[in-house]
Design a protein around this ligand. Sequence first.
Ligand code: NBX
Length: 786
Amino acid sequence: MIAPPTTVDGFVTEFLLNLAQDRGVTLQDSTVDDRYLALVRTVRGHLAARRLETERAPRERKTICYLSAEYLLGRQLDNSLLATGLEDIAAEALAACGVDLDELRAHEIEPGLGNGGLGRLAACFVDSMATLGVSSIGYGIRYEYGIFRQSFENGQQVEHPDAWMRGGSPWEFPRPERARIIRFGGAEDGWAVRAVPYDFVVPGYRSGAGILRLWSAEALEPLDLPAFNAGDYERAVRAKTFAENLSKVLYPDDSSPQGKELRLQQQYFFAAASVGDVVDDLLAGGGTLDDLPERAIFQLNDTHPVIAVPELMRLLIDEHDLGWDTAWAITQRCFAYTCHTLLPEALEVWPVDLLRRLLPRHLDIIYRINEEFLLTVRERLGEERVAAMSIIAESPVRAVRMAHLATIAGVKVNGVAELHSQLLRDAVLPDFAEFFPQKFTNVTNGVTPRRFLRLANPALSALITEAIGDGWVTDLERLRELEPFAEDAAFRDAFAQVKAGNKKRLNDVLRVRDRTEIDEEHLLDVMVKRLHEYKRQLLRLLHVVDTYEGVVSGRVAASALQPRAVLFGAKAAPGYVMAKRIIHLINAVAGVVNDDARLEGRLRVLYPANYDVTLAERVIPAADLSEQISQAGKEASGTGNMKFALNGALTIGTDDGANVEIRQLVGDENFFLFGMTEPEVAALAPAYRPGESVDAGARRALDLIASGAFSGGDRSVFEPIVTNLLTEDRYMVLADYRAHADAQARVDAAYADPDAWTRAAVLNVARCGYFSSDRAIRDYQERVWG
Ligand code: NBX
């Protein structure tokens, strides 16, 4: 085995060699880009060695094949240096060359191949599987353009393409020899593309490695030669353009699927390529198809890859000549399904007409699976349950319900937090829970402690390690050992200084990327997540407006305010009109509030554009307060909530998703709970008339918005938001307003005693070790993968 050198001198030599041989420049003539790419080359060599080493080690029986349409990876450089233990060596080596490592860090464009929580969870899971030594491979799509970049023009969101591969994608290993052909359509109207895999090595922390294999779409032929010869250049490249479209861009909708044909093409493209890859590997290694369930399990990250189920059936029957029953017996043992939502409109359905056109054989297979399933339903539960449980919905158009297919085919179905899994059983798929009670389970989400604590918060990491050693990086429950330090005044002092330092680090980036900054003395109150009505950014904003109104109307003295910086970060799906209006309103409120001297600078609203993983890594460690205020029963889990608590922010939150478990662990006295519970929401919903008993504070806020105070006197701009709240208010912002405002008052009171606040913050860190994605992966091993 040729392992690259792990000395400073060796690193210097490799780095200079890579500059010369890869970039063709000397150090003196190199650009930042040259130096960055040479550094990546150098580090990547270590990743490759790690991967080869892992491959030679005796194989575990079963490989976890994680199928996900999204991986929100974040920057790779620091994580790779940490995992390989090269942090100090690289820093010294570059310093010896007179190269600024921070400049190279900042040069990396993060691969943002995901929308939000679901995609980031997939990235945390591949990290944990690699670190735990679980034999694993993540499969996905190598989108040429990831989640759009957001800017604001006159306060409104503008989307720009995310050309993350500009200048190449230096972390990847192309694997053209493993390319496969993926066919669409039927016998007469068939067409095909080539799926070419690119591997990211996923280094485990200090040992182990996994693979993230992302498929890129290519045309079978680069040119239609007859067309080219006939001088029709446009037609000559049409097929190529068409094929490449499949992996061109990530769909930026994180709920309400649009039912777009290209999206289904993307799903089939990567699902089929991945299933084929796994089956080929099995057979090449001397295995037989009967071995498949012992050798691989496909974990379905939501319904996006569920078309893999009929694809495996097709492969077994049409290409390997197995009979239906044998094929179904195998298939039924190879899949498990994770659901990430409770919103009915987010459950994917695909029109039968579309499937018939694009994947006719798969539609036939789905119909047969359904037919046999419904026979047993009829027998055991009776005819009257058949329509509700069918894979095929009959209205508004005949369509395939992907969640039903996944539930029928999967060995297990899990939700992503206790409350969510319970609601999944009782409200979303109750018939299935009755029919397959043993299938339903819970795995509460987790986050990787490497990226979100060790890397994102170096100062807190050092403080923790000084107190309890560094075992927590791979065994996060050890944070418990910090509990006694909550009573140690010197430790609390050091902890508070870490927080203050993290606010400075946040300002370092806010000044450059947004030409703004927070006041480091302010309570930093943060709400970062996708913009969604159910997440209720408006609830937070109404309280900001109410507070502002209190001061400008003279009811409240500015000097009585606890100084706060309220920071929002959120992208809206480009077609989600109400979400975009809310973005506009937040920016409008920020503009007015921040400019009004009457507030004496004691209330500031910040909305840095383009919230992404890189910004998250600066914002979360600096936060004092974490806003997790979704309507109860709507946020499946949340994972940002875990990241904040682990970094010593206190949560103000509803009894929703994983907030429930966070509060149980940190204790009521260290968590600001407010609002209706899920049963209360359900009870109120039928008779809810939002306009009938509006809280006085909410009323003042709504009136001020409606008056045009934030729109230069134009009353029409935000009228739809106000009207919607007063007449519909689907997520009951107004019903929870008073409880939220009272909870914010409790926050102010608590923050007035900084030492007591810090004590609670320390306890949040100490008690949240459960939320490691390492623990989540162990739970999957125990409850799902067997
Ligand atoms: O998945 C999120 C949930 O909303 C969170 O509560 C949860 O913590 C997280 C991880 O389990 N769901 C999510 O991020 N969904 C998507 O991004 C999404 C993307 C495309 C799509 C539907 C949903 N078609």
